[in-house]
Design a protein around this ligand. Structure first.
Ligand SMILES: C[S@@+](CC[C@H](N)C(=O)[O-])C[C@H]1O[C@@H](n2cnc3c(N)ncnc32)[C@H](O)[C@@H]1O
Length: 316
């Protein structure tokens, strides 16, 4: 079983516009696939590769060993990127790649609690040094919080019914394993099997996003990345979830705007500076062949922007 198949690999490397002598960040090293391609593409760049998962760090460290003079591997959340780079005496970078979410390994091995097809303890932490697990969420969160998580992150129409059932069942027997949650969904969604699988996928994804504060980390890294990007530096992000893609799209748009004054103002008084130029008006998506070869790539969207050289200058 392979650890992970990198998605939109060539597209992401091309998007980064790698410059000789440049400093780059892979915020989500995973199996090291994108990192390796970056290091291979240009022998004269330095890469800082982050991952919050120890298993990924171990795997990427082995894979990237041939490049060890040009890569620094850091086990941390990418939301701490700025501080961790400062400790490495790096104040600015030429590009950053993020390939969000979990790796195939997280789902396929099952033991970490990310899979509804296996029966293992309800964990779902990418960073196992953190305390919050799926077991804690399911057994202690109030009804309205569970509804919000399942509805907002899972976009699940039956969020209320599922959350209500969780609250009732845990009074009788606390949730311990992924099988307990999976059985609950089987019992509620008695329709066709395809529908059950989709519902399970949505509920498990919602819990995972909450437990790992995935949107919070993304908001933080967007702000930090733009601050430390050099003029002409590139930010490239692959996302798999509608909420993440919306956040990235809106952030890029805000950073591209030259003025945020209300339209009724006769002249601009906001002094807003456009810091980014969006390079992908529409996201880059995997081609049919990639989707055929790796069905997990089907929801991927790559958005790319470049830091302007001189704020509000169209040519930059
Ligand atoms: C989709 S995989 C990346 C795969 C990688 N690009 C490759 O080619 O193998 C996402 C990885 O990012 C890590 N990750 C997700 N959110 C993170 C965060 N906020 N900080 C650091 N690592 C994160 C996960 O642990 C996982 O290993």
């Amino acid at each position: 079983m392979s650890y992970h198949t990198s998605v939109l690999l060539d597209e992401a490397i091309q998007a980064l516009q790698l410059k000789s002598g440049g400093i780059y960040v892979d915020g989500t090293a995973g199996s090291g696939g994108h990192s390796e391609a970056i290091l291979k593409a240009n022998p004269d760049i330095k890469l800082y590769a982050f991952d919050q998962d120890q298993e990924a760090i171990d795997y990427a460290t082995r894979r990237l060993a041939p490049y060890k003079n040009r890569v620094v591997i850091i086990k941390d959340n990418f939301s701490n990127l700025r501080t961790r780079l400062a400790l490495e005496k790096v104040a600015s970078i030429d590009g950053i790649l993020l390939d969000l979410g979990i790796s195939s390994r997280h789902v396929d091995s099952g033991v970490r609690g990310f899979s509804f097809q296996e029966d293992y303890p309800l964990d779902m932490r990418m960073d196992q040094s953190k305390e919050l697990t799926a077991e804690v969420v399911l057994n202690t969160y109030p009804l309205e919080d569970l509804v919000q998580i399942i509805r907002d992150y899972g976009e699940e129409k039956q969020a209320y019914k599922i959350a209500q059932e969780i609250c009732e069942r845990r009074e009788v027997k606390p949730f311990k394993t992924t099988g307990d949650l999976s059985t609950l969904i089987d019992d509620i969604i008695k329709a066709n099997p395809k529908f059950i699988i989709k519902t399970k996928a949505r509920v498990f994804m919602a819990l995972r996003i909450h437990i790992n504060d995935e949107l919070g980390a993304l908001k933080q890294v967007l702000v930090d990345a733009v601050n430390i990007l050099k003029p002409g530096g590139v930010i490239a992000i692959i996302s798999f979830h509608g909420g993440e893609d919306k956040l990235i799209k809106e952030f890029f748009r805000e950073e591209e705007k030259e003025c945020v004054c209300p339209p009724s103002f006769p002249k601009c008084i906001c002094n807003k500076v456009s810091r980014l130029k969006i390079l992908t008006k529409k996201p880059i998506v995997p081609c049919e062949q990639e989707i055929r070869e790796n069905s997990r790539s089907r929801s991927a969207k790559l958005r790319v922007a470049i830091k302007r050289r001189w704020g509000n200058d169209e040519s930059s």
